[in-house]
Every structure is written in structure tokens, then in C-alpha cells.
Ligand binder design. Structure first.
Ligand SMILES: Nc1ncnc2c1ncn2[C@@H]1O[C@H](COP(=O)(O)OP(=O)(O)OP(=O)(O)O)[C@@H](O)[C@H]1O
Ligand SMILES: [Mg+2]
Length: 255
């Protein structure tokens, strides 16, 4: 029997037979402001505080200081978890690094990108081993798509996910996939599971709903259910259903 890792998101485990399958890599997609980072940090922080499972957070976009400040809003003391060596935060900026290497070596972009990602993977792995991490959160994969060549992007993402799969951690990775994009991205095929966060509108009010697009080896719910971001973090309501038309978050900007 494979061990299940509680998601630490109230209500979600009911949708996936009790939790993630240990050491799986799960993709979390959704539009800006859907709550992807909150979801992942909740997963790590509750892992530390409720299950005594150390975690590694890889931030490719926001600065650790900003994340720590924003997460205080939910009462999560990330700084303390870091001081206690239960949490590691790795900050990386592949775009800047790639540019630096390109200028230095005057090489083709693919070589530079792979070098960058190799370096990042080594850093992730050594941090996992140093604190005995069981949970890993990478935010976001979109930042690694630094080439204009789709074949190169595919190669980089494939290599990255293949490597992360072998790090003995149950992993969440975010990706900013467009809600209305009919084409699937390579990461959606590669990951064991895909959780989709939707933002839509009913009678002028912003609503949020979550869907398990796939979860290999799991008899998961195929229906879509509301979730909310509250002071305690993300909460899913698996016994409630959703009615309404999905729309882009850009629609909200005009409000
Ligand atoms: N205490 C709170 N109560 C309700 N909603 C909150 C609270 N704190 C934050 N939020 C909501 O959470 C959103 C931010 O969530 P988060 O940063 O996790 O989203 P994201 O999907 O990672 O976005 P991005 O794609 O921009 O990185 C805010 O825009 C706000 O709507
Ligand atoms: Mg985010």
C-alpha cells in the first residue's frame, strides 16, 4: 500500500482518496491570484508544524522576504521554521543567470539554460538532503521557460521534472497555464497529477473552484468544487458544487 501524504488543505484530501501518493510530482495550475503560492506554502508549512515533515521551497519569482511577509497574514511563521532547520527557501533567477552565462561564454542559449537548471537542481537536492525534506514546492515552472524555442523549452521542462521525480520528495510545482488555452502544456502530461484552480464570476462576484484534472493511480473526484482563501489559508468545500461561467482574471481588472 502506497503511503499517502496529507495535502494540508482542508477538504482537498476528500477529493483524492486521502492525500497525494508519496514521492509523486503534482502540478498546480491557475491564473494570477488564484492562490497557487498560498496553496504550496500551506502544504509545506503544515507539513512542518503538523506532520514534522521538513520542506524545501524554491521561489523563482517572489523574494523570500516578501513571501514571509505575505504569509504572516495567515499566521504562518516561515522565518521560525527556517531557523529551526525545518524549512529551506531557495531563491533563483534563471533568466538573469542565463543572461550572465550567455554574455560570459557567448554560447548558444540551450547550453546556458541547461547549465543554469543543472545548478538549480543540485542546490535543491543538497538542501533536501541537509534537512531530510519530505515535501518540496517549486514556484513556478513558468520561470524556467526562458527560451523562445518551443523544442528547447520542452527539453528543459522534461529534464527538470525527470530530475525532481528522483528527489524522494512529494512535490508540488506551480505553472501559470491560461484558463482558456485549449492546448495542453508538456508539464501537464509529465506530472503524476494536475490540480487546476479556476477563478470565475457569478453575478458580479469573484468565485474560486478547484478541479483534479488527473491523479494517476487515484480514484479522484471528477467534479469541480469551490475553494476560498481565508485567514487560515486555502479551504476546499468538497460537498458543495459550482455553478457559473469561467472567465479570465483579466476581466476583473476593469471592476
Ligand atoms: N487573508 C486573506 N483572505 C482572503 N484572501 C486573501 C487573503 N490573503 C490573500 N488573499 C488572496 O490571495 C491572493 C494571492 O494568492 P497567491 O499569491 O497565492 O496567488 P498566486 O496564484 O500564487 O498568484 P500569482 O500567479 O500572481 O503568483 C490575493 O490576490 C488575495 O486575493
Ligand atoms: Mg504565486
Amino acid at each position: 500500500m502506497t503511503r499517502r501524504v496529507p495535502s494540508s488543505i482542508p477538504g482537498l484530501d476528500e477529493m483524492i482518496e486521502g492525500g497525494f501518493i508519496e514521492n509523486d510530482v503534482i502540478l498546480l495550475t491557475g491564473p494570477p491570484g488564484a492562490g497557487k503560492s498560498t496553496f504550496g506554502i500551506q502544504y509545506l508549512y503544515k507539513g512542518v508544524t503538523e506532520y514534522n515533515e521538513p520542506g524545501v521551497y524554491v521561489t523563482l519569482e517572489e523574494s523570500p522576504a516578501r513571501i514571509m511577509r505575505n504569509m504572516w497574514r495567515h499566521g504562518w511563521d516561515l522565518e521560525r521554521a527556517v531557523k529551526e532547520n525545518k524549512l529551506r527557501i531557495i531563491r533563483s533567477n534563471p533568466i538573469l543567470y542565463s543572461k550572465y552565462i550567455k554574455e560570459k561564454q557567448k554560447t548558444l542559449s540551450t547550453t546556458a539554460e541547461v547549465a543554469t537548471i543543472e545548478h538549480l537542481l543540485k542546490e535543491i537536492y543538497s538542501n533536501i538532503k541537509e534537512i531530510g525534506a519530505k515535501r518540496l514546492f517549486i514556484d513556478s515552472l513558468t520561470s524556467l521557460k526562458i527560451s523562445s524555442d518551443p523544442v528547447s523549452v520542452r527539453h528543459v521542462i522534461l529534464e527538470f521534472i525527470r530530475n525532481v521525480e528522483n528527489m524522494d520528495c512529494t512535490t508540488l510545482i506551480t505553472s501559470e497555464i491560461q484558463q482558456h488555452n485549449a492546448n495542453f502544456n508538456v508539464e501537464e502530461y509529465l506530472c503524476e497529477g494536475v490540480i487546476k484552480m479556476h477563478v470565475f464570476r457569478v453575478s458580479g462576484n469573484r468565485n474560486r473552484a478547484i478541479e483534479i484534472l488527473k491523479m494517476r493511480g487515484v480514484k479522484h473526484k471528477e467534479t469541480i468544487h469551490p475553494y476560498n482563501i481565508v485567514d487560515d489559508g486555502i479551504v476546499v468545500y468538497p460537498s458543495e458544487s459550482v455553478i457559473g461561467d469561467e472567465c479570465d482574471t483579466t476581466d476583473f481588472i476593469s471592476f
